[in-house]
Design a protein around this ligand. Structure first.
Ligand code: NAP
Length: 256
């Protein structure tokens, strides 16, 4: 389905981004994988190569750096001459009992929003040439306030709006833009945001109990949806934000 398609994935060294990389590799995509941790990026790159027999381009880059963002685009285009699909996945969270500090706010916004915005801007001319598409990884928290993660919720609400504005702007040029809004997935995100292993485990037990389907989504489930939106099967879908959360956002069913 993705033979000869160049797919650029940020945050491919861990969690949902790594799951996306492996899924696209299974479908023979040509991959450009971005992350900060070279060891993890190399591990995922090797697994992708086993699946597709194509060696992915690995780019160590920090999305908070404008020169790194330029490097992502330059290295991808010099190697492959084009970009067909951009998966804006890299992101961080911050968990705080009080109103988050300005430093935490800046850190979350710099990666989740500014980095995504700037990379999108730089990749857009290549997507216009290839009539490609973008999938942004947002969150159910774009639409559900959670005060212990205020900057994160704000950043994801902005990602939904970025999705809609760019979809409207680029649609006439043949470029689709959509978002996937996952519920909680067991990745490194919450631990890196300051939660302990024990608290993460407890949180996921409660989430599973409250989920109408009594289960938690996995990175692979998100990757399936991302691949669908990035494929020609979704050729009429533009500017949509797709929730994938086992029904968690529906709330409880009361005493029915
Ligand atoms: N896990 C969830 O419950 C959940 C739910 C909804 C949405 N999401 C979203 O899914 C996306 C992926 O998160 P995840 O859960 O897979 O978390 P994760 O396991 O922590 O992975 C985050 C990825 O983003 C990369 N990254 C972070 N900051 C970066 C920066 N400044 N520059 C470049 N790369 C950076 C990390 O790279 P390194 O590891 O190499 O540093 C890593 O590959 C995020 O946008 C997150 O908001 C997650």
């Amino acid at each position: 389905m993705f033979t000869d398609k160049v797919v650029l994935i940020t945050g491919a060294s861990s969690g949902i981004g790594a799951a996306c990389a492996l899924h696209f590799a299974k479908c023979s995509a040509t991959l450009s994988l971005v992350g900060r941790n070279l060891d993890n990026l190399t591990k995922i790159g090797t697994q992708c190569e086993k699946l597709s027999h194509l060696k992915p381009l690995l780019i160590v880059a920090d999305l908070t750096s404008e020169s790194d963002i330029e490097k992502i685009v330059t290295e991808t285009v010099s190697k492959y001459n084009k970009i067909d699909i951009l998966i804006n996945n890299a992101g961080i969270n911050c968990v705080s009992g009080t109103i988050a500090s300005a430093e935490a706010y800046d850190r979350v916004m710099a990666t989740n929003l500014r980095g995504t915005y700037l990379l999108t801007t730089q990749v857009t001319p290549y997507l216009v040439k290839s009539k490609g598409n973008i999938v942004n990884i947002s969150s159910i928290l774009s639409n559900k306030p959670l005060p212990i993660m205020t900057p994160y919720c704000m950043s994801k609400a902005a990602i939904d709006m970025l999705t809609k504005c760019t979809a409207l702007q680029l649609g006439p040029k043949g470029v689709r833009v959509n978002a996937v809004n996952p519920g909680p997935v067991k990745t490194e995100l919450f631990r890196r945001a300051g939660m302990s292993y024990a608290d993460c485990d407890k949180m996921f037990v409660v989430i599973e109990m409250n989920s109408p389907l009594k289960k938690i989504i996995k990175g692979e489930d998100v990757a399936e949806l991302v691949m669908f939106l990035a494929s020609d099967k979704a050729s009429c879908i533009n500017g949509s934000c797709y929730v994938i959360d086992c029904g968690l956002m529906l709330g409880d069913a009361g005493n029915l």
